[in-house]
Write a protein that binds this ligand. Structure first.
Ligand code: NAD
Length: 487
């Protein structure tokens, strides 16, 4: 795909695309480094307008029944399917992943909408006659105006983790997309409008740090969800909660795959390599460390073969920016200088005809020690560090030593040892013989430790708790008007 010029990015406020005289920033396609658009770097003023529009839309929107509200998402899911090719190309253009990966992302957004339209089957509330003639009921009610802040790595999918459920449950939403990938969010706004969503229920405010801070400080925003790096997740969680907002903030990751010698050779090698190199390693679920237990040389040899068959620009996309490419290559060089062995080296990758693009080839680093920075820090590129361990207990200890805790996986045919890792790993999402253990709907997504701050997860059933509050009502319709110890 060749990068092509796109329309200017605009904010979406009260059902209208608008752009005033704000400062702007270039949108660069990482496929070839060309400028494809520009986005407004909005200020608190635009955020205030969006919040006012959301607040005005809230009484009518929250006044509909859940069954009425989800109708929009039947139509919207259909529009995602009809526009699959366009939407996927846009993801590829702004993010740099392959077209196949971009399609998978849009398909995941469709699955998320399928969960949203099933909400009336799940949110059935509770009622009980607690004394003769006296009933208690619990209903889930929306919060009001809420905000969703997203990262660059899934421009289409991550906003769909939060926006459809938050809206269907009766809230009005402000989305702040990553300034690196603002185009998919514009299309989301267009399609939600086409699906019949009333003006003001969904708003997009573009920009960077300043908008995020204004969201955290806004007295009319009741809850904020954040997905991004741990450094910023901590800032957002602290700032939003100190302003008495509800907040869930998902951070970075350093996912460990524990590979045992009895693991199925072909399946393990291809799963580990796919996990570390898919989306150019820019997935919060990507394998970053492989802990090879005992004699796993045959598996590593096969992984090397698999990685060498991956060609940047063909079956491997770009990383997001020049800075990201430089950072990833710096980590590889540092590991080499500290004595690790580079088995496959992705530094200096280029794609003919797209010399301005930001490519790093798949990289496998062996004999990494747990104290090296490649073993500890999030690299966010197609790089895997192999640490050798003598047994499963040592492997679990290495995994537990990470500050993060998004995902961990084990590859083995031994059920007992797999169970030991399932229990011992300190991570929120565990895989057994699967390299990217993303829980599918209705199961919820979220890590542990420094990979997530706040209570509950961000998707699935857990998101219902986050986007609603309980209303508890006690009624007495008892003609005899008998009072007892409770009433
Ligand atoms: P990022 O933290 O740099 O940016 C995320 C959002 O925060 C963006 O909208 C950005 O504009 C804003 N932001 C950036 N700096 C800020 C600051 N100082 N103050 C306030 N807001 C700021 O993340 P990214 O580089 O866009 O995304 C990659 C990161 O996201 C990786 O660490 C990855 O692991 C993580 N991620 C995590 C998950 C998860 O589920 N845990 C999912 C996807 C991505």
């Amino acid at each position: 795909m060749h990068a092509s010029k796109q329309p200017q990015v605009k904010n979406f406020i009260n059902g209208k695309f608008e752009r005033n005289g704000q400062a702007s920033m270039d949108v660069i396609s990482p496929l070839d480094g060309s400028v494809i658009s520009s986005l407004p770097m909005s200020t608190a003023q635009e955020l205030n307008q969006a919040v006012a529009a959301a607040k005005a839309a809230y009484p009518a929107w929250s006044g509909l029944t859940l069954k009425e509200r989800i109708q929009v998402f039947f139509r919207y899911r259909q529009l995602l399917e009809e526009n699959m090719e366009d939407l996927s190309q846009l993801v590829q253009l702004e993010n740099g992943k392959t077209l196949g990966e971009s399609r998978a992302e849009v398909m995941k957004s469709m699955e998320l909408c399928e969960f949203t339209v099933s909400l009336p089957q799940i949110v059935t509330n509770e009622i009980q006659e607690v004394s003769r003639g006296v009933e208690c009921r619990i209903e889930r009610k929306p919060l009001g105006v809420v905000a969703c802040i997203s990262p660059f790595n899934f421009p289409n999918m991550v906003p769909h983790w939060t926006v459809p459920n938050a809206i269907a449950l009766g809230n009005c939403v402000i989305l702040k997309p990553s300034e690196m990938v603002p185009l998919s969010a514009m299309r989301m706004a267009e399609l939600l409008k086409e699906a019949g969503l009333p003006d003001g229920v969904f708003n997009v405010v573009n920009g960077g740090k300043e908008i995020v801070e204004a969201i955290c400080d806004h007295p009319d925003i009741k809850a904020t969800s954040f997905v991004g790096s741990t450094r910023v997740a901590k800032i957002v969680y602290r700032r939003a909660t100190s302003n008495l907002q509800r907040c869930v903030a998902l951070g970075g990751a350093k996912n460990h795959l524990i590979v045992l010698p009895d693991a199925n050779l072909a399946m393990t090698a291809s799963n580990v390599v796919a996990s570390m190199s898919g989306c150019a390693g820019q997935r919060c679920m990507a394998a970053s460390v492989m802990v090879g237990v005992d004699r796993v040389q045959h598996i590593i040899d096969r992984m090397v073969e698999e990685a060498k068959a991956i060609v940047p620009g063909e079956n491997l996309g770009s990383v997001i920016s020049k800075e990201a490419k430089e950072r990833i290559e710096r980590y590889i060089t540092e590991a080499e200088q500290q004595g690790a062995t580079i088995l496959v080296d992705g530094r200096g990758a280029t794609v003919p005809g797209r010399e301005g693009g930001f490519y790093v080839g798949p990289t496998i680093i062996d004999h990494v020690r747990p104290d090296m920075s490649v073993a500890k820090e999030e690299i966010f590129g197609p790089v895997i560090s192999i640490i050798r361990a003598k047994d499963v207990e040592e492997a679990i200890q290495i995994e537990n030593g990470s500050n993060y805790g998004n995902a961990a996986a084990v590859f083995t045919e031994n059920g007992g040892l797999a169970k030991r890792v399932m229990e011992g790993a300190s991570a929120g999402m565990i895989g057994v013989n699967i390299g990217v253990p993303v829980p599918r709907e209705p199961f919820s997504f979220g890590g542990w430790n420094e990979s997530k701050f706040g209570v509950g997860d961000i998707t699935g059933k857990s998101s219902i708790e986050f986007w609603t509050q309980n209303k508890k009502t006690t009624t007495k319709w008892n003609p005899e008007d008998k009072t007892n110890w409770m009433s």
